[in-house]
Design a protein around this ligand. Structure first.
Ligand code: B12
Ligand code: SF4
Length: 507
């Protein structure tokens, strides 16, 4: 029987957004993107985001009383746990109600995701048009056959329709920011901010990155005028302090980037914005050009330095970058008054103690030379769809066979065949010392008690000594800090999302 054939025909879609395991809370942009076509077609939309909704499972169940389907957006990692728990609870109460999954994980592993007993359909890639078509078919009691980019079940068997070609960002409708409860996100995060997309994809193909798997390196972007118009409207309308432009590599088109900066300066609307870009594209800009970006509000550029070893850079397929571009980016950004922010990855296949030490040295050198610079570290996590996963078998990576098996793929604690047990703990201690050795500026503005801050600073000195001498055993200092933190950190604010509904809103 076709999906939803026996149900009444309410015009409501409920979205569930599982927690991102991060306090950097803001509205899920993927859901805001796929909501616009639904709203324009007259559907009501309700978003339950577990980060801002206590008893979110109960809320989902309540909202589904008069809904057509449940739609979930997720990436690989811990979001899968809440997805499975909520979907199972929904199926217990509404066994015939369709559950549709979309976002990065279902796009990269559609077959396996659809194989979960509680998933009725998956959307692969861009979801704006696909979800609208899915919802229309569910409403009409029709099968999902023929909708490009959609996989579904027919008589218990998995069926995939043809792929949906990618559409340029320019052709996409605006995101439905009006659905976001920015007050609730601000209560969790301490800062009122939002995400914005000005371009899609990236022409590079780093070994660990999943970008190619979803966007196929087909970079495309909005024109400066549209970006200036939309961003200034957003920050004014929702009183935002910060916009994080989540483009994978914002600086691909140098003239476009400078055009956006000029436009923002001309508008004179004051707000902070930050971007992600590769170091080779940052150093392509002069300090004067970077100063123009700074005057327009650009406060931070997040860059994937990833390693301090040239050999590892090559293994990561990052020959477009070298150590000079990393140092050069730190120097130029500091001169322009923009915070240089770098990511490092530990445990990438081929990394040994020597390369690890080169990464630590890179961080120590840069943080000492450029005091505003910051480093964020991760443990390499083999994501489905990334080029390195083609070597999974050879590397001994146990590839999960079910949706739930991916829940522990998380760069904060991923355990790898070549990095486990004591060695894993040593790297974790090292990462923790890197965290306390130099300051970093998170998006969230948490109130840290003065005593806690003092303790942090006190541990900073021995942490630097440890990093210089590669001594990570007996981490008593870390233990003391953890104890103090648990005693001194105030409880998280209780947040409940305002009961927002888009019934009256159209775009
Ligand atoms: C912002 C962001 C974050 C923020 C999220 C804040 C928030 N409140 O949402 C923070 C900082 C918390 C974060 C954390 C992490 N992130 Co992140 N993040 C992103 C980023 C840069 C943008 C996401 C976004 O909103 N894009 C804009 C929207 C419009 O695009 P979209 O999500 O792709 O949505 C489209 C489709 O996917 C689809 N779609 C999306 N949802 C749905 C739902 C339905 C029902 C349907 C039908 C369709 C659909 O339609 C949308 C419109 O076309 C992406 C990279 C990227 N370019 O997207 C990485 C990305 C999602 N993150 C990634 C990773 C790895 C992480 C971390 C593990 C990083 C870390 N070191 O810890 C953590 C994981 C957190 C977790 N829960 O597990 C990977 C995910 C890879 C994967 N296999 O899933 C990405 C893809 C980066 C990359 N290229 O590798 N991240
Ligand atoms: S530069 Fe960044 S977005 Fe581009 S492929 Fe490398 S990691 Fe992915």
């Amino acid at each position: 029987m076709p999906l939803g054939a026996l149900r009444a025909k309410p015009k409501k879609v409920v979205f569930f957004f599982p927690a991102f395991s991060s306090q950097e809370a803001t509205a899920p942009l993927g859901i805001l993107a796929v909501s616009t076509p639904l709203l324009r077609a007259g559907y009501r939309v309700k978003i339950v985001d577990s980060t801002i909704t206590p008893q979110f499972e109960r809320r989902v169940i309540e909202e589904l009383k008069d809904a057509l389907c449940l739609a979930v957006s997720l990436v690989t990692g811990p979001m899968i746990r809440e997805t499975c728990a909520v979907a199972r609870a929904v199926k217990r109460i509404y066994p015939g109600l369709p559950i549709v999954l979309g976002g990065w994980h279902p796009s990269l592993l559609p077959d396996q995701t659809l194989a979960a007993e509680f998933v009725d359909a998956v959307v692969v890639g861009q979801g704006e048009e696909a979800l609208l078509e899915v919802v229309r078919h569910i409403e009409a009691g029709e099968s999902l056959a023929g909708i490009p980019g959609v996989g579904y079940k027919r008589d218990g068997r998995i069926v995939f329709n043809p792929k949906r070609p990618l559409r340029p960002l320019k052709e996409m409708p605006p995101k439905a920011y009006q659905l976001a409860d920015f007050d609730a996100y601000q209560r969790v995060c301490g800062r009122r901010w939002a995400m914005y997309t000005s371009s899609l994809a990236c022409p590079y193909n780093c070994g660990y990155c999943t970008n190619d798997g979803v966007y196929g390196r087909q970079w495309n972007a909005l024109d400066p005028d549209q970006v200036v118009e939309e961003t200034t409207d957003l920050v004014t309308r929702y009183r935002l302090e910060l916009l994080w432009i989540v483009d994978d590599n914002f600086l691909i088109d140098r003239d476009r980037a400078l055009g956006i900066a000029e436009g923002l300066v001309r508008r004179g609307v004051k707000f902070d914005w930050s971007i992600q870009a590769s170091t080779n594209l940052v150093v392509r800009l002069s300090v004067e050009e970077l100063k123009l970006l700074q005057r327009s509000g650009l406060s931070q550029i997040s860059q994937g330095a990833d390693t301090g070893s040239l050999r590892m850079m090559h293994l990561m397929n990052k020959d477009f970058q070298d150590l000079d571009t990393i140092y050069g980016a730190a120097e130029k950004l500091t001169a322009a008054g923009i915070r240089p922010s770098f990511n490092l990855i530990f445990g990438y296949p081929g990394e040994g103690e020597k390369e690890r030490r080169e990464s630590v040295a890179l961080m120590m050198n840069i943080c000492r030379r450029y005091p505003g610079a910051e480093f964020w570290t991760n443990i390499f996590t083999p994501y489905p769809g990334s080029p390195i996963m083609l070597r999974a078998f050879e590397l001994g990576i146990e590839v999960p066979r079910s949706l739930e098996g991916w829940a522990d793929f998380f760069p904060r604690y991923t355990v790898l065949p070549w990095l486990q047990g004591r060695e894993h703990q040593r790297v974790q201690n090292m990462r923790e010392y890197m965290r306390v050795a130099f300051h970093r500026v998170p998006i969230g503005k948490y109130r840290v008690p003065a005593l806690n801050r003092l303790l942090f600073d006190l541990i900073g000195l021995p942490a630097r000594w440890r990093l210089e001498h590669h001594v990570y055993s007996f981490p008593v200092d870390l233990w003391l800090r953890k104890k103090a933190q648990s005693l001194l950190t105030p409880p998280k604010p209780k947040v409940d999302a305002q009961q927002l509904s888009a019934e009256a809103v159209t775009c």
